[in-house]
Design a protein around this ligand. Structure first.
Ligand code: GLU
Length: 467
């Protein structure tokens, strides 16, 4: 039977970059194996789960280009089913009602602290007669975890991991108010959704041992586990905001393309030989859980930027124009159809240098800015007396060039001619021209710029420096 995997975010915030990678790995696995990738929204924490967070997660997945099969499952809607399973376990003597008061539990906690061991429920109600139950008190339902022996999981990433059962707690399945815990809901849902492989962060590895026994108690098949190491920062420390522990939407805002993110996130903990740049189809073809590394991957912005630069260069020009338009508008630009045509014409040159869409928009702005252009300091310096002279010479020469001859080649020929006639180095012409045309000292070639701007706009810009 083809595998069925799931991505199971808790909608308490944006789609965090680590969760996005988990989603990607599940998706790649499903698409590679011809199985299914399901989406389960784990919204049982009613206080912290919000509709905006659900929307942000869905939007984040869609932006990344990850789709899912079937309708999403909302965990909270399945509460009844989770409760039934808990009572079924009680009926079969595999779970029990516990009436410990908060004070008693605090005492156990204190004792554990004093003995410097993790808190473990001491089993007070494990084997007590139901008749002992105090009146008027709502119990919690606890799972009867095995107390002796050990549990071994053969994790597809972590390998064979064994835990002594005495470490396993009689975890709570239903709270005193009757609501199911994450531990119960997750197992029931994974079973009911026929999940065959659980691919998730290794912060859930401890949970796997607890969940394993619940599957067993219900006589359900235990899925395969693949616990992926978490993402760390460049310095090896746990990923924090400073390292890039942000929501996916922040990456969109910072100007990363979804295909670059997919490629980068896929490489973050998984690899196919030395391949750094690959298409999503290749990732689907190559993906294998066995090639997920055991040690934490490090998030590296420089690598991401390089990849993003690659995908920007590969991207369709019109798409890039569409993507920078809202950014330029935010900077206060009004974009007319003529501006758009100029941006499109300039895009092949512009996209060679940009590492992010923010850079691309910034570098494109000069093409459509109203005159006079703002000048940066270096541009200003280039337009000293000598610079202005060169601009004036070029302006005079260019006026003689007709619209129909306005090509990069003839523009370059004119500049060479001006340089030669006046015994000036070409660079001494190009740099002040660049400053006058763009307001900056960095840009694509001035011949390209003049050709993109067209005769009228070019001469208008030069005229400003020739009075
Ligand atoms: N909802 C859990 C989380 O967001 C994931 C649970 C799981 O994958 O088993 O961390």
């Amino acid at each position: 039977m083809p595998p069925i995997v799931r991505f199971a975010p808790s909608p308490t915030g944006y789609l965090h970059i680590g969760s996005a990678r988990t989603a990607l790995f599940n998706w790649l696995y499903a698409r590679h194996t011809g199985g299914k990738c399901l989406l389960r929204i784990e919204d049982t924490d009613r206080k912290r789960s919000t509709q905006p967070a659900i929307n942000a997660i869905v939007k984040g997945l869609e932006w990344l280009g990850l789709d899912w099969d079937d309708e999403p499952v909302f965990q909270f809607a399945r509460l009844q089913r989770h409760t039934e399973v808990a009572y079924d376990l009680v009926k079969r003597g595999l779970a029990y009602k516990c009436y410990c008061s908060p004070e008693e539990l605090e005492e156990m906690r204190e004792k554990a602290r004093a003995e410097k061991r993790p808190m473990k429920y001491d089993g007070t109600w494990r084997d007590r007669e139901p008749a002992d139950a105090p009146v008027g008190l709502d119990p919690v339902i606890r799972f009867k975890a095995p107390q002796t022996g050990e549990t071994t999981i053969n994790d597809m990433v972590q390998g064979v991991v064994t835990v002594a059962n005495e470490q396993l707690d009689d975890m709570i399945l239903l709270r005193a108010d009757g609501t199911p815990t994450y531990m119960l809901s997750v197992v029931v849902d994974d079973h009911d959704m026929d999940i065959t492989h659980i691919i998730r962060g290794d912060d859930h590895l401890n949970n796997a041992f607890r969940q394993y026994h619940l599957f067993k108690a219900m006589d359900w098949e235990v899925p395969e586990y693949a616990h992926i190491p978490l993402i760390h920062g460049e310095d090896g420390a746990k990923l924090s905001k400073r390292h890039g522990a942000l929501g996916v939407e922040a990456y969109e805002e910072m100007g990363y393309l979804p295909e670059a993110m997919r490629n980068y996130l896929a490489r973050l903990g998984w690899g196919h030989g030395d391949d750094e740049i690959f298409t999503t189809d290749q990732a689907i073809e190559w993906f294998d859980v066995a090639n997920i590394g055991k040690s934490p991957a490090r998030f590296d912005f420089a690598k991401l930027n390089n990849l993003n630069g690659h995908y920007i260069r590969e991207a369709n020009d019109q798409r890039l124009v569409d993507l920078i338009k809202p950014r330029l508008e935010k900077l206060g630009q009004v974009i007319s159809p003529t501006d758009e045509a100029i941006l499109l014409k300039g895009m092949p040159g512009l996209k060679q240098r940009a590492k992010t869409m923010v850079e691309l928009a910034d570098s494109a702005a000069f093409y459509i800015m109203p005159l006079p252009l703002p000048m940066d300091e270096k541009a200003q310096k280039l337009l000293d007396d000598t610079g202005l002279q060169a601009v004036a010479l070029m302006q005079a020469a260019l006026t003689g060039l007709e619209n129909g001859q306005w090509t990069e080649e003839s523009l370059e020929a004119i500049a060479r001619e001006v340089a030669e006639t006046n015994d000036i180095k070409l660079g001494k012409i190009a740099q002040p021209m660049r400053a006058a045309l763009t307001g900056s000292n960095i840009s694509p070639s001035i011949f390209e710029i003049m050709s993109v701007l067209g005769r009228e706009q070019t001469l208008q810009r030069l005229d400003q420096w020739c009075k």
